[in-house]
Design a protein. Structure first.
Length: 174
């Protein structure tokens, strides 16, 4: 099992690395403490999720799907890839793109899904190394290789990874 010799500890690392078996010491870097450093389910201290993280809103959970899913700017909403893409495009200016290759002065978002259901979003900031960044559920924020958090062949598709990247979107910074 991987470990994380980093400034911020991963909450419940034995479960975390079982859920993300492709995270290794050389392909990720933890960038925040867990929020909250408690067990699941989230409490009121759980202030933001992966979508909140990519749009830089650390004050509330964003996710489509109706009551109990968090804030969403359109109601009613459905938990679909198209719904997430629509909000990213219309409210934040992102446009669909073909890949997650790093482009200078361009932020990219990867949308992960299991089947047709979106489960995670990650961001590749416009400046920096080209690494991706995610809020990992109620756990830590981290910089990582994109494929390290995907579900891969041989994984338990129900409990390991965030599925596969199904769409990319980008925002050119001027």
């Amino acid at each position: 099992m991987a470990t994380s010799n980093q400034k911020f500890p991963i909450h419940e690392p034995q479960f975390f690395f079982k859920a993300f078996p492709h995270l290794k010491e050389d392909n990720h870097r933890v960038t925040s403490k867990a929020t909250p450093p408690q067990s699941y389910p989230p409490t009121t201290e759980y202030k933001y999720n992966c979508f909140s993280f990519v749009i830089d809103d650390r004050k509330r959970i964003w996710w489509p799907g109706g009551i109990g899913c968090g804030y969403w700017p359109r109601q009613p909403s459905s938990e679909t890839i198209a719904e997430i893409m629509e909000v990213l495009q219309n409210d934040f200016g992102y446009k669909p793109c073909d890949n997650g290759d790093f482009e200078k002065n361009t932020s990219k978002i990867a949308i992960f899904a299991k089947g047709d259901v979106p489960v995670h979003v990650a961001i590749q900031p416009s400046s920096g190394s080209g690494k991706w960044m995610s809020k990992m559920g109620y756990n830590v924020d981290m910089e990582h290789e994109l494929r390290a958090i995907e579900t891969q062949d041989g994984d338990d598709h129900e409990t390991q990874g965030y599925g596969t990247v199904v769409r990319f979107m980008k925002l050119v910074k001027r």
